[in-house]
Design a protein. Structure first.
Length: 178
């Protein structure tokens, strides 16, 4: 069974209702629709969607994703992206799952900047599904903080990690000690 790289806290504990609705809709999309939505989100960055601060990320932490990935064929790049979105147990998905959210955002941002050039882009004549169009419209309507919270939640739910969350006090019955 695969493990996504998400946190211990449920997103419903901190995301506003309309943001949670977009996240729920995103989770129901298939891998290619998720990739299309991410591509369209990053395509709109700087206009209706605000980019995350690039200084919050460190591209040197992801050489497999930020260097080696670009040398793959477009077909292989798409396979890597699908594996990450599907939380598959692959080398690239492990590398992605080991990153913190800001670095995961940076990976998608860097890939989006190169899409259609050194990174596979949307197929010619691509028509977004209604679900993708609706999700994009909702994201555009969010405030900056809501957009960033949503995008962090989306990207942190991808990739593969063997790291198991530490058991809570309620699960162990033990209190923390120094």
């Amino acid at each position: 069974m695969s493990q996504s790289a998400s946190q211990n806290v449920s997103s419903t504990e901190y995301l506003p209702g309309k943001t949670q609705t977009v996240l729920d809709g995103f989770s129901k999309l298939d891998a290619d629709a998720k990739l299309a939505l991410l591509y369209l989100v990053y395509q709109k960055m700087g206009s209706s969607i605000t980019p995350a601060a690039p200084t919050a990320a460190n591209p040197e932490l992801a050489p497999l994703l930020m260097d080696d990935f670009y040398s793959l064929s477009h077909e292989k790049q798409l396979d890597v992206m699908r594996a990450i979105v599907n939380c598959a147990n692959t080398e690239y998905s492990h590398a992605y799952g080991a990153l913190k959210e800001n670095n995961q955002l940076m990976v998608w941002f860097a890939w989006a900047q190169a899409m259609g050039q050194t990174v596979v882009g949307l197929p010619a004549g691509y028509q977004a599904t209604q679900a993708v169009t609706d999700a994009l419209g909702h994201i555009e309507g969010l405030e900056f903080e809501e957009q960033m919270s949503l995008l962090r939640e989306i990207v942190s739910g991808m990739g593969y990690s063997d790291v198991k969350p530490a058991p809570t006090q309620a699960e162990t019955g033990k209190t923390a000690s120094l």
